[in-house]
Write a protein that binds this ligand. Structure first.
Ligand code: 13P
Length: 256
């Protein structure tokens, strides 16, 4: 069974609501394709204007984070029902920046993943090693641990719908993209881990993205790997280049 490529932009803490509308209007014609699922994960305050701007297009709007409680005294947080109420279908969970700056742990990631599924939101579950871990040779062990904890108590049917983003921390925002071999090796190991947890059917359908300095020139080779089903894109998602990343198949021979 063929997996549909999913290319998601992670806007991080960029774009005011009016800039968001402008960017979506610019990108809309550039990312128009049925071949790839296109998701823009935007800051919470941009979600509603982004949904409005994306109406009638193939762009789906996602969130960058979500809390794992239903409602209550959690100042500053966004609940799953708030996201589904306006039509959000995807949420990034456990990005390394949230782990580093906002005390996210594998345990909170797991709670959020379970809560997202409970509300019918597809989590884009992030994992990734530090440069030190890579140099110590523990990358695969570390990623397997992150995945196993993130998916605790997640059912097979839910796991089949999940998206996993492998984002080596040393490649994020550094311009240092992982080599195709490095990215493929870890994405294959993630698929193997899912096979161990849920069986071959789930491993066959779950989508695994690569993220970390993806650009128009690196997307085609990365996304053509056997176990890489698209990308989670930071900086380049804020530029017209994102259109080339989404249409990577047509831009295979682009040289810069
Ligand atoms: P960059 O593409 O800017 O390296 O960011 C990757 C990322 O963190 C996406 O979630």
């Amino acid at each position: 069974m063929a997996r549909k490529t999913i290319v998601a932009g992670n806007w991080k803490m960029n774009m005011t609501p009016s800039q968001a509308v402008e960017l979506i209007n610019t990108l809309k014609p550039l990312v128009a394709t049925d071949a790839v699922d296109v998701v823009f994960c935007v800051p919470a305050i941009d979600i509603i204007p982004a949904l409005e701007a994306a109406k009638g297009s193939n762009i789906q709007i996602g969130a960058e984070n979500m809390y794992y409680e239903e409602s209550g005294a959690y100042t500053g947080e966004i609940s799953p029902a708030m996201l589904t109420d306006v039509g959000v279908k995807y949420v990034i969970i456990g990005h390394s920046e949230r782990r580093e700056y906002f005390a996210e742990t594998d345990e909170t990631v797991n709670k959020k993943v379970l809560k997202a599924f409970e509300h019918g939101i597809t989590p884009i579950v992030c994992c990734g090693e530090t440069l030190t871990q890579r140099e110590q040779g523990v990358t695969i062990d570390f990623i397997r641990q992150q995945i196993k904890i993130a998916f605790l108590n997640v059912t097979e049917d839910q796991a089949k719908k999940a998206v996993i983003a492998y984002e080596p921390i040393w490649a994020i925002g550094t311009g240092k993209v992982a080599t195709t071999e490095q990215a493929q090796e870890v994405c294959a190991a993630i698929r193997e881990c899912i096979a161990e947890l849920y069986g071959d059917d789930a491993a066959e359908v779950i989508r695994i993205q690569y993220g970390g300095s993806v650009s128009a020139s690196s997307a085609a080779e990365l996304f053509s790997q056997k176990d890489i089903d698209g990308g989670l894109v930071g900086g380049a998602a804020l530029k017209p280049d994102f259109g080339k990343i989404v249409n990577y198949k047509d831009f295979k021979v682009v040289e810069y």
